[in-house]
Design a protein. Structure first.
Length: 160
């Protein structure tokens, strides 16, 4: 994984445009479906403005997704987000990337990670389950809230 900076950001956007639906890779932006100019601009703003680091998930020099660790309201908590390009899914990259992100969270002294998804997204639910997260599903909306305790700090993290 490599931390996303201004230099890497255009390549991350390119990977997202070629391999995801916008709703999978960024918060909603009104407008017609697809990667409109507005959504491409908002993708950049999202990465620049969101607190906490975000990382490109790489195989060699190829960008196959991105993941982020965003500070949450509760002390010691952070929210995780992840997307992979369609062609990179189903190969275990998500579990490997989030294990690295969890190490980074520990190195930052985080004690709990949260994630939000939906029961209609079995890959995300499966991923969170595989990581050992506690899941709670809202029966009215299908929203799934996940919490993962990350325990004691370790001495290393991404890029160290
Ligand atoms: C969510 C996402 C990152 C998961 O990556 P992936 O490569 O598709 O997932 P994997 O194939 O590594 O599977 C992860 C786990 O979920 C399970 N899983 C995957 N697809 C599944 C499905 N359709 N039904 C049930 N379980 C499924 C896998 O078996 C695996 O569990 P295991 O390790 O115990 O075998 C990817 O699908 C994605 O980018 N989706 C769009 C963005 C998104 O929804 N992000 C989630 C935000 S929380």
């Amino acid at each position: 994984m490599r931390q996303i900076d201004e230099e890497l950001l255009p390549r991350v956007l390119e990977a997202a445009v070629s391999g995801t639906d916008p709703a999978e890779a960024m918060p909603p932006v009104p407008g017609p479906p697809g990667w409109t100019p507005e959504r491409r601009a908002a993708f950049g703003d999202f990465h620049r403005r969101t607190a906490g680091p975000s990382y490109a998930i790489m195989t060699g020099e190829e960008i196959i997704g991105a993941t982020r660790l965003t500070p949450a309201e509760a002390p010691g908590a952070a929210e995780i987000g992840i997307w992979l390009t369609r062609q990179a899914r189903g190969k275990g990259h998500s579990v490997a990337a989030l294990h690295q992100l969890i190490e980074e969270a520990r190195a930052q002294g985080k004690t709990a990670l949260i994630a939000e998804t939906n029961a209609a997204n079995p890959a995300a639910v499966g991923l969170l389950r595989t990581l050992g997260a506690k899941l709670w599903e809202d029966p009215d909306t299908g929203a799934v809230h996940a919490t993962l305790r990350v325990g004691d700090s370790v001495e290393h993290g991404i890029g160290r």
